[in-house]
Design a protein around this ligand. Sequence first.
Ligand SMILES: Cc1cc2nc3c(=O)[nH]c(=O)nc-3n(C[C@H](O)[C@H](O)[C@H](O)COP(=O)(O)OP(=O)(O)OC[C@H]3O[C@@H](n4cnc5c(N)ncnc54)[C@H](O)[C@@H]3O)c2cc1C
Length: 362
Amino acid sequence: MHNSACPRIQEYVNLRPFNTLRFDVAARYFAVARSASEIVALLNEKTVLENDIFVLGGGSNVLFSTDFNGIVIKIEIPGKTVIFEDDDYVELAIGAGEDWPSVVEFVVSKGWGGIENLAMVPGTAGAAPVNNIACYGHNLHESLVWVESLDLNSGTITRLAVDECAFGYRTSIFKKELRGRHIVVRICLRLRKNPILNTSYTSRYESVYGEMASLGPPPYGVQDVFRAIVNIRKRKLPDVATVGTVGSVFMNPVITAQQLKDIRVKCPDIHYYPAEHLIYGDNSNRDDTATGRVKIPAAWLIEDMGLADKKIGQCGIWKTQPLNIVNYGGATPGEYLEFLKMVRDEVYERYAVTLDPEVVII
Ligand SMILES: Cc1cc2nc3c(=O)[nH]c(=O)nc-3n(C[C@H](O)[C@H](O)[C@H](O)COP(=O)(O)OP(=O)(O)OC[C@H]3O[C@@H](n4cnc5c(N)ncnc54)[C@H](O)[C@@H]3O)c2cc1C
């Protein structure tokens, strides 16, 4: 890798603009890397060698519980390059710092299919495989070809094919074995020129196909799916520009068939989904309990308990998506964590189900 000038390392930087919960916390050191070689240059700096590193994308899945007494390296590596194309597919390599919602808009504007269901998921392309972002029936890994990451020890870049990344529900090798050891620098998506639309997602309150149908008659294309999902998300989720949020703060619990049976005594209609293949939609004719484990919507439990509009101080549950616990403005990380604990404890007390955080707590 060729040498690159080292980015400036700033001191005592307020992270409020860099985390979507809008907490007023500071980083002892802070630097922005715009290429893999800038990361390598930083790694050779004394300040970086002597301090803990936290890799930051868009800060939309991170909860800084206090000031960070190390160096935050914010990844802003740009780039969108078509590296392969034939009659059926396009392979698009994307720099880790690209804004994910803008990547989706770009892909949809070309008419390429694959990631339209992942519209409006805030954050960067580099963080997307870390958590294997998913929504409205599509998981990122279904559109990925490979992920390139930089080994913090050797400074070299490794390319992992999609099946080497240990993807699962909100997880990957980058969140487990390679956590803190590798930084994602580039990802590659395989997109269809003749898209196959996935509009089967339904929940208690919404359906992708229903939303599309309300916008106009078939035939439908990727733009229609995109528009439908943007509409649903705008209606349902807080606006990151004005409300402190990290989206779903807890993961949906994966439970045993016996736990499901017990929960159904109190909450008879609750939906459940297969835990292994991450399919959403009408599962009413499936017997997923036969496989032993199922995933249930945590938001449903919170709503069923009557907590959906709970607010204490500036922390509260977002009524139309109760897994969103928001900072209305001015809440401290301590107050927010207290609120999370209250919700977690109450859910456990009523349903004997543990809610694990989806947000990364630092
Ligand atoms: C309103 C809202 C709605 C959301 N909806 C969804 C949704 O529908 N589906 C979904 O899956 N998620 C959703 N999320 C969560 C969030 O958008 C994703 O987790 C996103 O991928 C986070 O990206 P980021 O760049 O902001 O990551 P950050 O918050 O900056 O970082 C998250 C984690 O990834 C690590 N990381 C970041 N960049 C890199 C990198 N280049 N290399 C290695 N590690 C890295 C960080 O160290 C941290 O551990 C939502 C969030 C919000 C605020």
